[in-house]
Design a binder for this molecule. Sequence first.
Ligand SMILES: C[S@@+](CC[C@H](N)C(=O)[O-])C[C@H]1O[C@@H](n2cnc3c(N)ncnc32)[C@H](O)[C@@H]1O
Length: 358
Amino acid sequence: MGTDAPYPELKKTHTMARTGRPWRDVKPPPSAPVWAVIQGYGNYWVLVAAIELGVFDALQATGPTAVAPLAERLGASPPHLAALLDALVVLGLLEQVRDVYSLNETAERYLTTDGPASMAGLVAVAPGPLDNWTRLADTVRTGHPATPIERDAAGFYGPLVRATYPTQFRVAMLTGFRIGWPRTPGAPRVLDVGAGAAPWSMALLAHHPRATAVVNDLPGVIGLAEEKAAALGVTHRVELRPGDFRALAFEPQAYDLVVLGHVCRTEGEQGAPVLIRRAFDALRPGGRLLLADYFPDNTRKFNPFGVLMGTTMMASTERGFCFTHERFQEWLEGAGFRPVRLLEPISYNQVFVATRPG
Ligand SMILES: C[S@@+](CC[C@H](N)C(=O)[O-])C[C@H]1O[C@@H](n2cnc3c(N)ncnc32)[C@H](O)[C@@H]1O
């Protein structure tokens, strides 16, 4: 290659891709963030397909395996399965040595059906109705998603709350230990609003033998809580209260603990503080509210998980968004709660513990 002409003239090695526009003395930024987004779409479907094919459960059963026997076991085309497995390796979801693939710790824990914190059922349902993503620009224009989850709330929430149960049970159990729940004197009463399959009530009842819980959810969902209570042998300590929590009246000053577990963000700016005030009214003086949600940090920049969960809410709910810690603190203190603490029993799962003053 000939000698380059001196800067700032255009030269063969001085293309935009290598060094930026000739009159700028800087390299252009990499396109990696854009590619990460483009490939993120495929990455999601790689994981959905792997779960649907049973890749993780099969590798759990077989241990480290070459592609051919795994393909036979799964009824898959070997070269296509190899391409899928290689993608899972680069995504950090499998181990590979040459032709042999095995589970890594992430896959064992989160992606096998019976993993201790299985998210296998969550992957397909967590983004919400898929057509809302392809029509996101319209939603941003009009302020209304094409298929809000509220249109078939029970149909959406049933699979979701089944899938989130293992994680939320762990969050609830650890929160209970952090606040000294097992040492609560007497027979404390819990109100679990929008309980889903009731991971919060189940964990709290499991760790306090005299506690009882009023468990609320929509009629089409509450059966899941009933199943869990039966499986845990606590049916006699649970009162099921089916119905729309916006319409139900809760007894004033009757509860030691009220749980708002991942219900505030779908209620939006107007509804969330109303739920918080109603929780305050239902608590006896000295009682506590556990409010779990996904919160962007106050600058909305440093917790991508919370910010992107807010985008998911915007894409698929009638009025849902995620709200910052500061916002929740205003609502909690505005309702009269003091003090207000924030716990993070497991990563990204934060819980406000707010006390109704005695
Ligand atoms: C994201 S899930 C959270 C479930 C559970 N509290 C947890 O923390 O895992 C939200 C729950 O609120 C319930 N829900 C939503 N709107 C409701 C309403 N208006 N009345 C009663 N339950 C409602 C849904 O059916 C769903 O089970």
